[in-house]
Design a protein around this ligand. Structure first.
Ligand SMILES: NC(=O)c1ccc[n+]([C@@H]2O[C@H](COP(=O)([O-])OP(=O)(O)OC[C@H]3O[C@@H](n4cnc5c(N)ncnc54)[C@H](O)[C@@H]3O)[C@@H](O)[C@H]2O)c1
Length: 252
């Protein structure tokens, strides 16, 4: 694997919208082959078409990361098409409209845990044997500032899922470091994506920036830059870490 740049095979889940789009575009712009994965194929196709229109290589694939069958099929398709997986970025995730913990439904709990935590595990599990065979690999998991403290606005299930992602990241990092597979997590702070604007007045949306010392929301491109670094040769001594990229909203 050329860890710094050209021609790696990079899977980015949740790349049909939001931060994942910019992560996929960054790796493609740096000369890598990008697998654009999303639950919604039409979203993945739009991202892939954008990359292709700029001369990049992108393969759009539909996959539900919370289903082992779907994940295993997705990774098999990648191996058939491009023969390797050098980098996995687990960006897919979501939440449902949160309630107080005592009112949270089992369905909401399962949906959030499955798309964020179980999906991250299943995608790691599917690529690790290929990375072990290759003798190297990089995995970047998406946590959240919710994992570093709590996010009452997003529900206890989201806080639990993202805290789980950081624990999973540490565990896998320790077990696979001897295989030269480096596994880290990024914990973004509130970021200006379509999802964050949904169901909010301009006033409520503007208030989201107030607790952020830098004074504004993050931009998806700012996370893409950090993820790209985490997959680069420059990050060759880093594993099991959770990197905060959050404008200072949580300092740990
Ligand atoms: N935006 C923020 O403020 C923020 C802050 C902290 C952490 N994060 C994390 O960053 C990541 C990206 O967030 P975003 O705001 O860009 O999200 P987003 O909702 O804009 O995009 C997420 C994408 O993931 C896909 N997805 C959801 N469930 C899936 C599944 N089961 N299988 C496959 N794809 C699925 C969706 O279809 C969507 O296209 C998430 O893990 C999120 O929890 C975001």
């Amino acid at each position: 694997m050329n860890t710094n740049g050209k021609n790696r095979v990079v899977i980015v889940t949740g790349a049909g919208r939001g931060i994942g789009v910019k992560v996929a575009e960054k790796f493609a712009a740096e000369g890598n082959r990008v697998v654009v994965v999303d639950l919604m194929l039409e979203r993945a196709e739009v991202t892939a078409q954008g990359i292709a229109s700029r001369g990049g290589a992108a393969l759009p694939l539909a996959c539900d990361v919370s289903s082992s069958k779907s994940v295993d099929e997705m990774v098999s398709s990648v191996i058939t098409r491009w023969g390797a997986v050098d980098v996995l970025v687990n960006c897919a995730g979501g939440y449902v409209r949160p309630k107080m913990p005592h009112e949270t439904t089992e369905e909401a709990w399962d949906l959030t845990i499955d798309s964020n935590l179980k999906g991250t595990f299943l995608c790691c599990r599917a690529v690790l044997p290929h990375m072990m065979k290759q003798g190297k690999g990089r995995i970047i998991n998406f946590a959240s500032n919710a994992a570093r403290s709590v996010a009452t606005g997003l529900g206890c299930e989201y806080t639990a899922a993202k805290a789980g992602v950081t624990g999973l990241t540490r565990h896998l990092a320790k077990e696979y470091a001897p295989h030269n597979i480096l596994i880290n997590a990024l914990a973004p702070g509130p970021t200006d994506v379509e999802r964050l604007r949904e169901n909010k007045t301009e006033e409520v949306f503007a208030s989201l920036s107030k607790p952020i010392p830098i004074g504004r929301l993050g931009r998806p491109e700012e996370h893409a830059e950090v993820v790209f670094f985490m997959a680069s040769e420059g990050a060759s001594f880093m594993t099991g870490a959770t990197i905060d990229n959050n404008g200072g909203i949580i300092m740990v």
